[in-house]
Design a protein around this ligand. Structure first.
Ligand code: C5P
Length: 303
């Protein structure tokens, strides 16, 4: 394996939460979660090369609207790079190029994917040999969803979402993903949740049981997201998206994470494409098909 690569590209998947149980806010301001993550086939590709200064360049894949992505040092990919160099006590910088296939600010952890991919790519570019344990710890510092992006597959998430453990998933699941032109702030959705007299987070058992035996009907009945009601309260128009997905033939619907992306669970790949067409006909833009589970962050190119 060459240690003198000029550029390294790492692919990171977006995620959905098949169960998102949220409890009352903790003293540190975060909410305890009992969640089931699934990595799905919408990807960001992150390419890094050594440079005199940190920089970020973003290109869309397909119809993804990248206008909300920061291009300065507040971008989470730069924060990831800085944290990795601090961890190793080295003074290096990189140019970071992101090809974006994950909807921006959509509740699919696109920023977290970029952070995770940057960690893995820079580790390889500079041959840092960071341990998995350290990578996961740095990831958790960057955001609650970042460790899952490293892991991929299907996982049970606890703590504030940063404690992740792979679970049995015997299925290949098909989703129709309906982004929304206007992103939702995760913090705002959690605050709306707080105003609704929260109860302790519901456990993920029913979803985990359905996944283990690939029972589509059981999964369709078990999908649950405690952030859905507060997000719909902030954005009532999303109810129309949900109704359109049902009319288009989705077996079940679900808000993705803190939204506003909506998901339709469908029977198979053919149904996914039919439902996607119907959603486009109904006037929704940027609708894509995704399948899961897929792998977490992985190297796709080095030169
Ligand atoms: O961890 P991350 O930076 O992704 O979180 C973004 C925001 O989402 C936090 O500032 C917090 O407002 C909210 N959050 C939360 N509880 C969690 C995860 C996120 O309140 N478990």
């Amino acid at each position: 394996m060459p240690v003198s690569s000029q550029a390294v590209t790492v692919r990171a998947p977006g995620k959905i939460n098949l169960h998102l149980g949220v409890g009352p806010v903790r003293e540190d301001g975060y909410h305890p979660l009992d969640t089931v993550y699934q990595a799905v086939s919408l990807y960001d590709d992150v390419t890094v090369s050594t440079s005199a200064v940190w920089s970020v360049d973003v290109k869309p894949i397909g119809d993804v609207d990248i206008s909300g992505v920061p291009l300065d040092e507040t971008n989470i990919a730069v924060r990831a790079g800085r944290l990795l160099t601090t961890h190793h006590g080295i003074d290096r910088r990189a140019a970071i190029g992101i090809s974006k296939g994950i909807p921006v600010a959509g509740g699919m952890a696109g920023g977290s994917a970029d952070a995770a991919a940057t960690l893995v790519a820079l580790d390889r570019l500079w041959d840092l040999q960071t341990t998995d344990e350290d990578l996961l710890a740095i990831a958790a510092e960057l955001g609650s969803d970042v460790p899952f992006s490293l892991l991929g597959g299907t996982a049970h998430g606890t703590g504030r979402g940063e404690l992740v453990e792979q679970v049995a998933d015997a299925g290949t699941w098909w989703w129709v993903v309906v982004p929304n032109a206007e992103g939702l702030s995760t913090g705002d959705v959690y605050r709306a949740f707080d105003a609704r007299d929260p109860q302790p987070a519901d456990p993920s058992d029913v979803v985990l049981a359905a996944l283990a035996v690939a029972d589509l009907g059981a999964l369709a009945g078990a999908l649950r997201n405690d952030l859905q009601a507060p997000a719909l309260g902030l954005r009532p128009g999303l109810r129309d998206t949900e109704a359109d997905l049902r009319d288009a033939g989705a077996r079940a619907t679900l808000l993705s994470g803190s939204g506003p992306t909506f998901l339709g669970l469908v029977d198979d790949q053919d149904a996914a494409h039919e439902v996607r067409e119907a959603m486009l006909d109904a006037g929704h833009e940027g609708v894509v098909v995704a399948t899961g589970p897929v792998a977490g962050c992985h190297l796709v190119d080095y030169a």
